[in-house]
Ligand binder design. Sequence first.
Ligand code: KQY
Length: 366
Amino acid sequence: MRILSTIPRTDGFYMPAEFSVHYGCIMIWPERHDSWQNGAYAARRAFVKIASAISRSEKLIMLVSSAQYETARAMLPPEVRVVECSSDDAWARDTAPTFVKNMDGEVRGIDWGFNAWGGLYDGLYFPWDRDNHIARKVCDLMDVDCYDCRDFILEGGSIHSDGEGTIMATESCLLSEGRNPNLTKAQIEEKLCLCLGAEKVIWLPRGIYGDETNEHVDNICAFTAPGEVVLAWTDDENDPQYSLSKACLDLLERESDAKGRKIKVRLLHIPKKPVCMTEEECEGLDLMDGEPTRTPGERLAASYVNFYIANGAVLVPQFGDEMDKPALETLGECFPEREIVPIPARDIIIGGGNIHCITQQIPMWR
Ligand code: KQY
């Protein structure tokens, strides 16, 4: 593996859309007792469901600590590759490389700087050095060259690409004080375009209410095809999510993509009944630095937009809510060629993210 200090766009590389064909997907086995309740047992079962569903149509590589190797190997189906790799938590979307590809079908990885969603300003845990080494280790494992972009703090969940020159991100995250406070919005936009081989950034103002990542885009809005997105939505004007989603919708209605197309927006309603932590769930979580990580009644950032698009399936979070089924139906219309797979997601959202946050696609290479 070569470490590259050149610029992906200049080298002819771009970030493909998630709906284009994959070689496979990376996940990381959950273990932290302050993220995952009751010793992470329930989370592991949910991760196994997700890994199994993905591995039916693409390769799945599960990274796991030495302490959990045997458990993971025993719980996962044989077609899943289990590879030892240390980490600080299980957010592959944010810590594994962002993969880029060129017109000859060569794939490379990008190693961004990672500071646990805000570093010492408003990060979510400390230390994060093992997470910050994952991207490079995965490039080594996959035998792909690796762009060194560690001078720029970015998580994979804070960007979406349509694969045709358009990147989508939220201002609340990328312009937050804990990421790259010395760069202007224009400089951040330039950096995204150069690293991801793009021409245009669509800046959504906000994300999902209470999303502790400073509102990653992958929880509020996702491309389903070039020029088409789904947006998390509520009709309830009294819900704190309403003004956030409305600001995004207003922006999308005015915007066009890098190819000049108007954007078709489909609405994915958030759960009718807010998804909140129970007392029992809080008791199942370890403390972090002597403080509770969650409190009873705390509203979690539950959104159906946090789905994963595999080659043959779309894995959709489910919360036991009346909006579960409509979300499956809408995504079925967006992806008529793929199986729509409902995944009970309560044990994942407790950790602070969902299916998209724990997966990272690897594009197919020649
Ligand atoms: O991408 C994500 N949603 C990661 C969330 C990290 C939460 C840490 N508790």
